[in-house]
Write a protein that binds this ligand. Structure first.
Ligand code: PLP
Length: 361
C-alpha cells in the first residue's frame, strides 16, 4: 500500500519553462530568450572565479559579509538590511516560505514573473492573479484584490515580460494602501537598466512591510552563477535568515558577485549599450510595423497582429538562428520577447523580422 503523498498544492506546481538555447541543425545561434547580458560577465568576475579555484576545499562564509558590504557600497544601503540568495529566486522563496502558508493568498499580476505562483504554491499558499491594464500593472486592481488572507503582493518593476514601469507615485500608493499584515515585494531584476531608479529602496526605508529584490543575473551577466539579494527592514531580514541555509552561496559565487558589483566601468558600458540598442531595436521594429511599449529593461516586447503571426515569426527567426521568447504563457500570445543583444545581434534580428514581414505581406 503506497500512501506516500506530497503536501497539498505541490502537484499543482507547473514546472518553470526556461528560455530555449539550441536549435536542431543550426550552429550559429544567437540566444535572445533569457535576458542575459550579451557582453558576458565582468572580466573582474571571471578573474575572481579563477582565483577562488584553489580554495574549493574550504566551506564558504555563512554571513556573506563582504558581498553585502560591496552591495551596500554601490547602492548606498545598510549591509545589515541585505540578504543574499541563490539568485533572487531563492530570496523570493524565503519570503513565501517565511510569510505565507496554507490558507494564505499571494497576489501577483497578469503578466508577472512565472516564478511567483510557483513559489506561492511551494509554500502551500494560494496564488491570486490580478489583471493588468494594457501591459501595465494596475495598482487599483491589486488593492481591490487584497483580502484578510493576503500575505504577499509580488510586483516586478520594471516588468518582465512587459518592459513597462510602475510610476513612482503608483508604487507609493500601493505601499500605502496595503494592510500592515501584507508584504509588498518589489522585484527589481531589471532596475539597473532604468537610469536613476533606486529599485524601490526608498520605499523600503519608509515602510516596514516593503521588500526589494535584486539580481546578478541580468546586467551583471552572472545568471549561471546564481546570486541575488533582498533589502528590507531588519526584523524581516532576521526572519528570512532563519529559513536560509548557512552555505547557500558558494565561495565562487560570492567572489564573482563581489568583483562584479565593484566593476563600475563594465556596468556603465553595459548600461549605455543597452540603452542605445533598445531604442534602436524598437524604432526599427516600429518602422516595419511591429509596435512595442517603451522598454525600461534589456528586452523588447514586440507585438504582432495575432498569435499566428507571432508564432510564425518565431518559427522564421529560428530558421535564421535567432532564439527569442514566446510569452503566451504570460497571457501575451501575440507578442515575442526579444532580449537586446549586442549590435550585431540586434541587426540580425531586424534583418530577419524585416524579411519575415516582407515575405508575409
Ligand atoms: C530574471 C528575473 C529574476 C532573476 O532571477 P535570478 O534567480 O536572480 O536569476 C527575478 N525576477 C524577474 C522578474 C526576472 O525576470
Amino acid at each position: 500500500m503506497n500512501q506516500i503523498t506530497p503536501q497539498p498544492g505541490i502537484m499543482d506546481i507547473a514546472l518553470y519553462q526556461g528560455g530555449q538555447s539550441h536549435i536542431q541543425g543550426v550552429a550559429d545561434v544567437v540566444k535572445l530568450s533569457s535576458n542575459e547580458n550579451p557582453f558576458g560577465p565582468s572580466p573582474r568576475a571571471i578573474e575572481a572565479v579563477r582565483d577562488s579555484a584553489a580554495m574549493l576545499h574550504r566551506y564558504p562564509g555563512t554571513d556573506h559579509a563582504r558581498l553585502r558590504a560591496a552591495i551596500g557600497d554601490r547602492h548606498g544601503l545598510d549591509p545589515a538590511r541585505i540578504i543574499c540568495g541563490v539568485g533572487s529566486d531563492e530570496v523570493l522563496q524565503f519570503i513565501a516560505q517565511a510569510y505565507a502558508g496554507p490558507g494564505d493568498e499571494v497576489i501577483y499580476t497578469e503578466h508577472g514573473f512565472s516564478m511567483y505562483p510557483i513559489i506561492a504554491r511551494m509554500a502551500g499558499a494560494t496564488p491570486v492573479m490580478v489583471p493588468e491594464r494594457d501591459r501595465h500593472v494596475d495598482v487599483g486592481n491589486i488593492l481591490a484584490a487584497v483580502t484578510d488572507q493576503t500575505r504577499i503582493v509580488f510586483v516586478t518593476n520594471p516588468g518582465n515580460p512587459t518592459s513597462t514601469m510602475i510610476p513612482e507615485s503608483e508604487l507609493q500608493r500601493l505601499a500605502e494602501g496595503l494592510p500592515q499584515t501584507c508584504l509588498l515585494v518589489i522585484d527589481g531584476a531589471y532596475a539597473e537598466f532604468v537610469a536613476g531608479f533606486d529599485g524601490g529602496a526608498a520605499l523600503v526605508d519608509r515602510f516596514d512591510n516593503v521588500i526589494m529584490t535584486r539580481t546578478f543575473s541580468k546586467i551583471y551577466g552572472l545568471g549561471g552563477m546564481r546570486v541575488g539579494w533582498g533589502y528590507a527592514a531588519r526584523p524581516i531580514i532576521d526572519v528570512l535568515n532563519r529559513v536560509r541555509q548557512p552555505f547557500n552561496l558558494s565561495m565562487v559565487a560570492l567572489a564573482a558577485a563581489e568583483a562584479a558589483v565593484q566593476d563600475e566601468e563594465f556596468l556603465t558600458f553595459c548600461h549605455a549599450e543597452n540603452a542605445r540598442l533598445r531604442v534602436w531595436l524598437s524604432d526599427q521594429l516600429a518602422r516595419i510595423g511591429v509596435p512595442s511599449d517603451a522598454s525600461y529593461t534589456n528586452f523588447i516586447l514586440a507585438r504582432f497582429a495575432d498569435r499566428a503571426e507571432a508564432e510564425a515569426c518565431d518559427d522564421y527567426l529560428k530558421t535564421q538562428g535567432l532564439i527569442v521568447r514566446r510569452v503566451a504563457g504570460y497571457n501575451l500570445p501575440d507578442a515575442l520577447r526579444i532580449t537586446v543583444g549586442d549590435e550585431t545581434a540586434c541587426r540580425r534580428v531586424i534583418a530577419a523580422i524585416t524579411a519575415f514581414k516582407g515575405g508575409a505581406a
